[in-house]
Design a protein around this ligand. Structure first.
Ligand code: B1M
Length: 210
């Protein structure tokens, strides 16, 4: 197995303790950080998404793989910035106001990062104004998560706040979370809905034409 395949496999297996030194070795051997990112990390997360969709992986496997990817990505991040590798797009992601559920949103954020998006993770209990402020700083995608039926309406409030700020036409809005449906996304005027983290990656790419 080549070094790049070993990196890819370590991420698929969720072994951060293997992935990180392998990435260090690859960099020491002069491998292009962009190749490590695309063929090692991003490709691995694509495979993880596939395994999840086929029911071979569940949320815990997806989480540890995402963590291994994030740990390895930390080594590449400064080199990629230096090299000027363009992210696919900038995503402002958060769990909506009043909602403290963090895990699914963080998983979506990690998978999007693994797919090549730049992520601004606004955390949980994110007020509409906070999303608006991040769009004013240049994010192109608003990604909102809600786990409670009582907080879902805050997705609509955020879309209304974007409209009030004159920003609605400049961004794409992606929504998800256990109680959210495609019908609800349509009702509130979101651009896309995804049922899980790997579907969120597919939908975000589709929305930005990547
Ligand atoms: Co809460 N909680 N919780 N909870 N909690 C649920 C959601 C609940 C369904 C449990 C139940 O009653 N069966 C219920 C909601 C009922 C409803 O509204 N329909 C509930 C409740 C009622 C509450 C409280 C009100 C309880 C109380 O205090 N009385 C309270 C609310 C607090 C608040 O937010 N204001 C509360 C609190 C909590 C904890 C803080 C204790 C904890 C969260 C800890 C944390 O996140 N750090 C918690 C937990 C853990 C859960 C359950 C058990 C698990 C949620 C989770 O992490 N799932 C949950 C029951 C359940 O879901 N079975 C429950 C794993 C995660 C990977 O999945 O978040 O669905 P999920 O994300 C998925 C998809 O939904 C999707 O992709 C993810 C990965 O596949 N997705 C997106 C998510 N966001 C997306 C965004 C996208 C696209 C896809 O695009 C942007």
């Amino acid at each position: 197995m080549s070094l790049i395949q070993e990196i890819r496999q370590a991420v698929i297996d969720g072994q951060a303790k293997v992935a990180v030194p392998k990435v260090e070795q690859a960099l020491a051997e002069g491998m292009d950080p962009d190749v490590i990112l695309r063929e090692g990390l991003i490709d691995a997360m694509g495979e993880v998404g596939r395994l999840f969709e086929e029911g071979e992986y569940f949320v815990p496997e997806m989480l540890i793989a995402a963590r291994a990817m994030s740990a390895a990505l930390e080594l590449l991040r400064p080199l990629l910035v230096e090299k000027g590798v363009e992210p696919i797009g900038k995503v402002a992601i958060g769990t909506v106001k009043g909602d403290l559920h963090d895990i699914g949103k963080s998983l979506v954020a990690m998978m999007l990062e693994g797919a090549g998006f730049e992520i601004v993770n606004l955390g949980v209990d994110v007020a509409p104004e906070k999303f608006v402020a991040e769009i004013q700083k240049g994010a192109q995608i608003v990604a909102m998560s809600a786990l409670l039926t009582t907080t879902m309406p805050n997705m609509k409030s955020t879309i209304e706040a974007l409209k009030a700020a004159g920003l609605r036409d400049k961004v794409v809005v992606l929504v998800g979370g256990a109680p959210v449906t495609q019908a609800y996304a349509d009702e509130i005027g979101a651009d896309g809905y995804a049922s899980d983290a790997s579907a969120a990656v597919r939908k975000a790419k589709e929305l930005v034409g990547a």
